[in-house]
Design a protein around this ligand. Structure first.
Ligand code: SAM
Ligand code: SF4
Length: 333
């Protein structure tokens, strides 16, 4: 079972991330070049029917977790409808979204009812002024209010986890690590510190990267030794808890401790390109195949070849910084 999505290193791919749109209502410095990115016309984007077709196909091949991302997934008008359609399909164990939460609060009841089990909200600072600098837009209070609403509607449990993602950049927000951790004292969220990754046009310099080891040390200097929480081989985050705190702290060290060995993730971009590695420039357009009349067997064939060609590990941060790949906004994290 599931051989189509098992690669030549024996990694079974059970997790599919889908971009709903390339558009975004924020302009985060680490994600997008200052001048924005050229957006493709709407016709280039997978339709809701095409997304559902692909999701069905991947679920039949053993995927059990789907995450919607972007751009900002909730900017797409049909986002709730698409999530409802996916939520009805058999074989799904986890339905997740990564969002900046600007448009989340009103949509929360519908998303929860649709079976959205995992909610990840990106928030890189707890200071309103700094939010404007990093996101190049306002909206800090809106995001905090959405987080409160998510907690009130039942997210923040092991079954319905609520995670807050912060990209940590030296000299930008790394002085807030302990403020974020203090937030988990009474709030049942998982704060996740993400190492800053290089992408086309985000001005990455290795001096701006704060490695996991340093982040952890700084947190432990303030709160004492962290308790390690159990994890799975495919987890991107290593998670901890300050003893006695309600929430937890995760570190995503894509740069200094790559998690390629346990990688179970596949990606489809908003314009329908299939990517087997976040950092790999290789992609194949499932959209074009579908629009040229490919049947499911043909799609499966192409998907199988791509999965089989997945490399053992990504190239390492110096090479990545020089490799041409899409900016993050066009991949979706
Ligand atoms: N707009 C949504 C959001 O911000 O949550 C979803 C898309 S965003 C591209 C997905 C995730 O990628 C976010 O958590 C964001 O912080 C992260 N991200 C973007 N650029 C990054 C970078 N250069 N290094 C590390 N993480 C990055
Ligand atoms: Fe938009 Fe998310 Fe990228 Fe920020 S990280 S610019 S919110 S896609």
């Amino acid at each position: 079972m599931n051989s189509l999505l098992t690669d030549s290193f024996g990694r079974r791919h059970t997790y599919l991330r889908i971009g709903l749109t390339e558009r975004c209502n924020l302009r985060c410095t680490y994600c997008m070049p200052a001048e924005g990115v050229p957006l493709k016309p709407k016709a280039a984007r997978l339709t809701a029917d095409e997304i559902e077709r692909l999701v069905r196909l991947f679920l039949a091949e053993g995927v059990n977790k789907i995450r919607l991302t972007g751009g900002e997934p909730l900017v797409r008008k049909e986002a709730v409808e698409i999530i409802q359609r996916i939520g009805r399909l058999d074989g799904l164990q986890e339905l997740a979204i990564t969002t900046n939460a600007i448009l989340l609060e009103d949509r929360l009841p519908a998303l929860k009812a649709a079976g959205l089990t995992h909610l990840n909200i990106s928030l890189d600072t707890l200071r309103p002024e700094r939010f404007k600098q990093i996101a190049r837009r306002g909206g800090f209070e809106v995001v905090l209010s959405a987080i409160d609403a998510a907690l009130a509607s039942g997210y923040g449990t092991s079954e319905w986890p609520l995670k807050v993602n912060a990209v940590v950049m030296r000299g930008v927000n790394d002085d807030e690590l302990t403020d974020f951790v203090a937030w988990t004292r009474d709030t049942p969220i998982e704060v996740r510190f993400i190492e800053y990754m290089p992408f086309d046009g985000n001005g990455w310099a290795d001096a701006a990267l704060v490695p996991l080891a340093e982040m952890r040390e700084r947190v432990e200097d303030k709160f004492g030794p962290l308790d390690a929480l159990p994890g799975q081989p495919e987890d991107t985050a290593t998670t901890f808890r300050v003893p006695g705190f309600a929430g937890s702290v995760g570190f995503i060290a894509s740069m200094t401790v790559p998690f390629c060995a346990g990688c179970n993730r596949l990606r489809i971009t908003a314009d329908g390109s299939f990517k087997v590695c976040l950092f790999g420039p290789k992609e194949v357009s499932l959209r074009d195949l579908m629009r040229n009349g490919a049947g499911d067997d043909e799609l499966r064939g192409v998907i199988g070849v791509a999965v089989n060609g997945k490399k053992a590990a990504h190239a390492g941060m110096d090479v990545l910084a020089r490799t041409q790949n899409r900016p993050m906004i066009l991949i979706g994290g």
